[in-house]
Design a protein around this ligand. Structure first.
Ligand SMILES: C[S@@+](CC[C@H](N)C(=O)[O-])C[C@H]1O[C@@H](n2cnc3c(N)ncnc32)[C@H](O)[C@@H]1O
Length: 256
């Protein structure tokens, strides 16, 4: 499991918030009593869940102590618990399991997603958003940079960043047998980023973390320099000085 740095992750708060809001807007629940935010991270979205459903008991679950420390400062009214989603179950059937930008870090979705759906109360909702950039330069160039330096053997052992991701129809087949309503869609956001080589700053907060964790300085810095050079060429600045990052995400709203 990679280490997480809440401050690096929060550098792109507005861009990262938008898909969470798009997911939240599709949840057909008026008054859920038990709401869990799985992989709650720094807690800013958990706080929005608590604000939308003030009568609910909202609990944020995350495996990272650093993220949970940040979350406890962000949303004082919410309970936060440290756990690995792969082995986690709610104490009683839940009305809402919400999980934004997290499940792509976990393996074996064919077992995991039906297992989570089975933890829902009747009429409960499993709401999922996951990035899927298997074919994007931002992520392909990580493996490219990993393969071309003395760090090659250390990085060859890493789990592929999007190794668990499946196609929308595969998620349909996983969840249709265990749910009554199923809504699945994909969106590609065009993020307009400011600053110098901002795509590197973006991935440093998420997908690049396992690569950086696996190396020590000065190798880490040298790897990052190779990756950054390739990213700058793949994501050139626009005439207005900004950089465009197309970013595909899959959404699932499943109701029992
Ligand atoms: C990209 S962040 C998303 C945070 C938040 N949901 C958001 O949308 O801003 C992914 C989070 O998932 C957590 N995470 C990854 N694997 C996990 C696991 N197996 N169990 C619990 N949390 C996990 C990480 O610690 C991290 O906080």
């Amino acid at each position: 499991m990679p280490t997480w740095d809440p401050n690096q992750y929060l550098k792109f708060t507005d861009h990262r918030l938008r898909p969470a809001l798009d997911l939240l807007a599709q949840i057909p629940l008026a008054d859920p009593r038990s709401v869990y935010d799985l992989g709650c991270g720094p807690g800013n979205i958990t706080r929005l869940l608590a604000e939308r459903w003030p009568n609910a008991r909202v609990v944020g679950i995350d495996s990272s102590a650093d993220m949970l420390a940040k979350a406890r400062m962000e949303a004082a009214s919410v309970a936060f618990e440290q756990a690995d989603i792969a082995h986690w179950s709610p104490p009683a059937p839940a009305d809402l399991l919400f999980t934004n930008a997290t499940l792509h870090w976990l393996d074996d979705h064919a077992a995991l997603l039906p297992r989570l759906a089975a933890q829902l109360a009747p009429g409960g909702v499993l709401a999922i958003q996951m990035p899927d950039n298997r074919t994007s330069p931002s992520h392909l160039l990580m493996d490219d940079a990993a393969a071309t330096g003395p760090w090659h053997t250390k990085l060859a052992r890493l789990r592929p960043v999007y190794g668990a991701m499946q196609s929308p129809d595969a998620y349909y087949r996983m969840l249709a047998p265990v749910t009554r309503q199923l809504d699945i869609w994909e969106t590609t956001y065009l993020h307009v980023l400011e600053g110098d080589n901002p795509v590197v700053e973006w991935t440093k907060g998420t997908a690049l973390r396992p690569y950086l964790d696996a190396l020590d300085d000065p190798e880490r810095g040298a790897f990052l320099a190779v990756y950054a050079t390739r990213i700058a060429a793949a994501y050139p600045k626009q005439p207005d000085g900004r950089t465009l990052l197309p970013f595909r995400r899959i959404f699932i709203v499943a109701r029992t």
